[in-house]
Ligand binder design. Sequence first.
Ligand SMILES: Cc1ncc(COP(=O)(O)O)c(C=O)c1O
Length: 361
Amino acid sequence: VDVAVDAQAIISLRALSDNYQTLKALAGCALLAPIKANGYGHGAVAIAKHLEHLGVAYLGVATVFEALELRQAGVVAPILLLTASQPSALAALIEQNITLTVSTLAQAEAIAAAKRHYTPKVHLKINTGLNRLGAEPSDLPALLAFIAKAGCELEGVYTHLIDSEDLPAVYASQQVELFSQQVQQHQLDLPYIHYANTGALLNPALLARQTLVRPGIGLYGYHPGPDTSHLAELTPVMTLKSWVTLVKTVATGAVVSYNALWQAKQPTHIATVRMGYADGYKRGLTGKASVLIAGQVCPIVGRICMDQLMVDIADLDVAVGDPVTLFGPKTITAETLANLVGTNSYEILTSIGPRVERVYQ
Ligand SMILES: Cc1ncc(COP(=O)(O)O)c(C=O)c1O
């Protein structure tokens, strides 16, 4: 793939489709695609439209603006707001047919007060131990009674897991049991019963009654952690590319980049690349990461700057304008970079900033 003008995130819709089919087949039920955080960095609108085309049952977002952006772009698929919303945003969300998450009586009351002539769709969230959002099991009778008479449509019930990607998932197995128990006890025979993120979907020990799964990272081609990697073959969807802006030879003793962290021990061929931490390529990768030029691994030398970085190209034949791969499906992945800086592929992907053009193939 040639780099057209500047840094690009090449998004393989083919890989996205393959991951979608793989995960859907494993789950054997409907799928909610989390496309929060700009579709995990891949571009929310384009990802939503492609998944809509594939027949996805639901889309999941994390903010009011993410929800409204999709509707403005013409996405008609059901959208679940996975977090709470400020009362002031509820009327707009309801009008745009965004399904709301309810964890508290106060939220249910605010939704009922904002509904006007619409019937808001809600999913009840139960806290089974993550202690992020969700109603306590002891609060469910009052909450369910209120929702029933408030003129809302209770369409789903869900929870979120602590350690589903670990084998064994010590906490998640107890959570799934508690969740299933609550669903049964309160006869929550709703269209959408869901608890599975990618880890839980892949983890055979976490199987329980569900009608919807919510795999995020798996759709984008990564495993949530090392333990599940043998359980499904997924293909990374994003390739981060840029281009060589300068090629030069530096003399023995010359330093490269801020604070002189790297010094040439011998005359060295250096290429400057248009990619920096303001694009989401983390500064903490300084001294650790490499890039690919013509398929060859070239170590980054010196400090990664806001907009640029430098690499040792050894004896490679490199010219200004040549494409550079920062990460992709092979050799250097988002997970490779994540491991180098002690984070996860999620953070690497969602960090890719708006200066990087998304190109869909
Ligand atoms: C409520 C909820 N469901 C599902 C997911 C998807 O998780 P994963 O990307 O690990 O599959 C997330 C992401 O953090 C989430 O917050």
